[in-house]
Design a protein around this ligand. Structure first.
Ligand code: MEV
Length: 434
């Protein structure tokens, strides 16, 4: 029967060029339009092929600006931090905050831990109490089964740190959750943890058989992106009189307004989500630049923000004895070896810009970028509002999209200095000036 739904069959088996032609035909109306995808290919074919292999069904490359947040001082070490982000004013805001805090001692690590985790969920049809009583023996056998996998990681300072067995009475009396805590040294470690968990999953029935227990049933084994023990806490602090950010308010008024805004983010979910989004603006930009998994970072950050049963701000601020402080705790699992970090040429360049840090060092830089953006965003909100800065960049983007001449750009900037920027207003202005 003829398929009239437009479903494409056997797509994954087509060559890259055929895939482009097929999609051009189905989605752009003409197979010949596949050149529209090819237009964004690298001239270097080897590089292009490398990119195509990062994912599947690759049609073309999708570029984002790779910028820099200069002067990020973290634990007395200076970084010029690579940032990949498409949103205007994120890099400008972080740069302004980084420079401000550079002059006031920079960002300081208050606490850090690097323990990731994963779970095996299984049904233990035999006596659960027996398993609990033989827990250590059970864990030893599971750990022994992973020796081949952990050998190398242990040489790099990582490896299994602990096991924890818990019952899940809400599911059934037989359902057990085995948590594995792991240090993955400088790698993000997703493959390592999942391999460990899958090895352990096959060993659980072996353990049962050896001990004449009923055969258990493993349901699934997977790392957790909830990494509350893989976190860094980053802080900035200075005497209130030095918080000379605003022309509008004296430092003590600015600081008071700022702290109140953070308190609101801590108690009101409407504000907390946007506040945390401002943090992730900076953090994700560095995570993306260095070839790390920003989806994992997002999932972890927001789950952590809700760890007390209520979604709240990831950062805090206060004034203690005339000292203003702001701190951010970010759970973030990163790698500086393995994954895309070395394969992706601009991710490798980004890491090189940072002096090829280890994962713990990169976590600090990512948290500092998040805190810088958060500081700048809240500082704008309690003073001028964010639109003034945004609109300047928005205007640049519209003028560029409309292909305005240098003379028109200059005139438009003067005209819109005290007017509301919109695409239609800029178009009207350009039409009148042409
Ligand atoms: C915009 O991308 C981020 C902000 O909304 C963050 C915030 O409100 O704190 C400015």
């Amino acid at each position: 029967m003829k398929d009239t739904s437009g479903k494409i069959s056997g797509f994954s088996k087509l060559s890259a060029a055929e895939k482009r032609r097929t999609i051009a035909e189905h989605c752009l109306g003409n197979a010949e339009d596949s050149y529209k995808f090819e237009a964004f290919h690298f001239a270097d074919e080897v590089l292009q092929q490398k990119f195509e292999q990062f994912s599947e069904n690759t049609l073309t490359n999708h570029a984002l600006p790779f910028g820099v947040i200069p002067n990020v001082l973290v634990d007395d070490k200076l970084y010029h931090v690579p940032a990949v982000v498409e949103e205007s004013s994120v890099v400008a805001a972080a740069s302004k905050a980084a420079s401000f805090w550079y002059d006031r001692g920079g960002f300081k690590t208050v606490a850090q831990e690097s323990i990731k985790n994963g779970q095996v969920y299984f049904e233990w049809y035999d006596d659960v109490e027996w398993l609990r009583n033989n827990e250590l023996f059970f864990f030893d056998q599971l750990a022994a089964s992973t020796a081949e996998l952990t050998n190398n990681m242990e040489k790099r300072g990582g490896g299994i740190r602990s096991f924890l067995l818990e019952q899940m009475p809400g599911i059934s009396k037989n359902t057990l959750k085995l948590t594995l805590e792991v240090n993955t040294a400088d790698s993000m470690g997703a493959n390592f943890i999942n391999s460990l968990l899958e090895t352990i999953a096959t060993e659980i029935p072996v353990f049962a058989q050896k001990n004449n227990r009923k055969a258990p049933e493993v349901l699934m084994a997977i790392l957790s992106n909830y990494t509350p023990k893989n976190f860094v806490t980053m802080k900035v602090a200075a005497p209130v009189e030095q918080i000379t950010w605003s022309k509008q308010y004296p430092p003590e008024v600015f600081a008071k307004r700022f702290v109140q805004a953070v308190q609101i983010a801590n108690s009101d979910v409407s504000r907390a989500v946007t506040h945390n989004k401002g943090i992730m603006n900076g953090s994700d930009a560095v995570i993306l630049a260095t070839g790390n998994d920003f989806r994992a970072a997002e999932a972890a950050a927001h789950a952590y923000a809700a760890r007390n049963g209520r979604y709240a701000s990831l950062s805090e601020a206060g004034i203690d004895e005339d000292r203003f402080w702001m701190k951010l705790t970010l759970p973030v699992a990163l790698g500086t070896v393995g994954g895309l970090t070395k394969l992706h040429p601009t991710a490798a360049l980004a890491l090189q810009m940072l002096g090829n840090p280890g994962a713990d060092e990169l976590m600090k830089i990512v948290a500092a970028a998040g805190l810088a953006n958060n500081f700048a965003a809240v500082a704008s909100l309690v003073t001028t509002g964010i639109q003034r800065g945004h609109m300047k960049l928005h205007l640049d983007n519209i003028l560029s999209a409309e292909q305005a001449s240098p003379k028109q750009i200059k005139a438009a900037k003067e005209w819109f200095a005290n007017k509301t920027v919109s695409v239609s207003a800029v178009r009207d202005f350009l039409a009148n000036s042409r």
